[in-house]
Write a protein that binds this ligand. Structure first.
Ligand code: GUN
Length: 287
């Protein structure tokens, strides 16, 4: 039976560390602020944004919410981003994705000042992650890495399989595992022999977006299984990409949904916001 990796507990530890840093900065007269932008009425996005604001409150970070209507134009959103780029109270800017279809998300991301890009989505920050020289962490992958580290299982030399190749999760996740000397395979919808490849994984990260996609026959005995999925099953219940009940019996460690990766993404966002504030105040050693 797998040990459950408690993302809630680990994220609370990260947020407590962040809160200490925020307090230390406030002693120096520096306040830390995050702008959270949401466009439209996506119910899942609403929940995520509320959770991000709550985390800010826990950490002592000022949050500034900008809730724009569904019919917001690309130009209007670009103007808001430009305003936030120049607002000294705002150290980090987060535009919750997805945005409505009339808005090109690539253009919006490109408009965010790189030093305020707390999602690490802009081209320059993605490039820094590629070469391993970065201060701003990719939120979900860095959170997954913390969860893997919490097990005490070393990544070095291990077979690491990432299912999913998105810019937000799959690709940066693979990079972080590679920087830690994992032997990394990225699988996706066109991968042949997916089951066989996954079954070789010592560390398996599922970021597919399909409920119950990872079944027990795809998992190696004793593996670390990290479930990035956030899906609703037929009964409308929140569930991940992993068939938890079956895989739990085979894996060594497994993250639950909810209570696994989700809280860690937000904890990393808080960490990035403090990093951004430090960098903007000349308090980081390198940038
Ligand atoms: N939508 C889903 N995940 C994320 C995330 O990490 N950041 C932003 N901005 N939008 C998201």
């Amino acid at each position: 039976m797998a040990q459950i990796i408690d993302g809630k507990k680990i994220s609370a530890q990260v947020k407590a560390e962040v809160a200490k840093e925020v307090e230390a900065l406030s002693q120096k007269g520096i306040s830390v602020g995050l702008a959270v932008v949401i466009v439209g009425n996506n119910p899942a996005s609403r929940v995520y944004v509320n959770n991000k604001k709550k985390a800010c409150a826990v950490c002592g970070i000022q949050s500034y919410e900008y809730a724009l209507p569904e019919d917001t134009t690309e130009q209007q959103l670009l103007e808001l981003v430009d305003q936030l780029n120049h607002d000294p109270k705002v150290n980090g800017i987060l535009v919750q994705l997805p945005v409505p279809p009339q808005i090109d998300d690539h253009k919006i991301i490109a408009a965010i000042a790189p030093e305020k890009d707390v999602d690490a989505f802009t081209e320059g920050n993605v490039g820094k992650i590629m070469i391993g020289e970065y201060n701003l962490l990719p939120c979900t992958p860095a959170g997954c890495l913390d969860l893997i580290d919490s097990t005490g299982v070393s990544i070095e030399g291990k077979n690491c399989v990432v299912i999913g190749r998105s810019n937000i999760v799959g690709k940066p996740m693979a990079m972080l595992l590679l920087h830690r000397n994992g032997t990394v395979t990225i699988c996706h919808s066109r991968t042949r022999n997916l089951r066989e490849i996954c079954a070789q994984a010592d560390i398996l990260v599922a970021a597919v977006g399909k409920a119950g996609f990872v079944t027990a026959d795809m998992v190696k005995e004793g593996a670390v299984v990290i479930d990035v999925g956030m899906n609703r099953n037929a009964e409308g219940k929140l569930c991940g990409d992993v068939d938890f009940a079956a895989v739990e019996k085979k894996a060594g460690y497994i993250t639950p949904v909810p209570g696994g990766v989700g809280p860690m993404t937000i904890a990393t966002l808080m960490r990035n916001t403090v990093t951004a504030a430090k960098e903007q105040n000349g308090l980081l050693l390198y940038s």
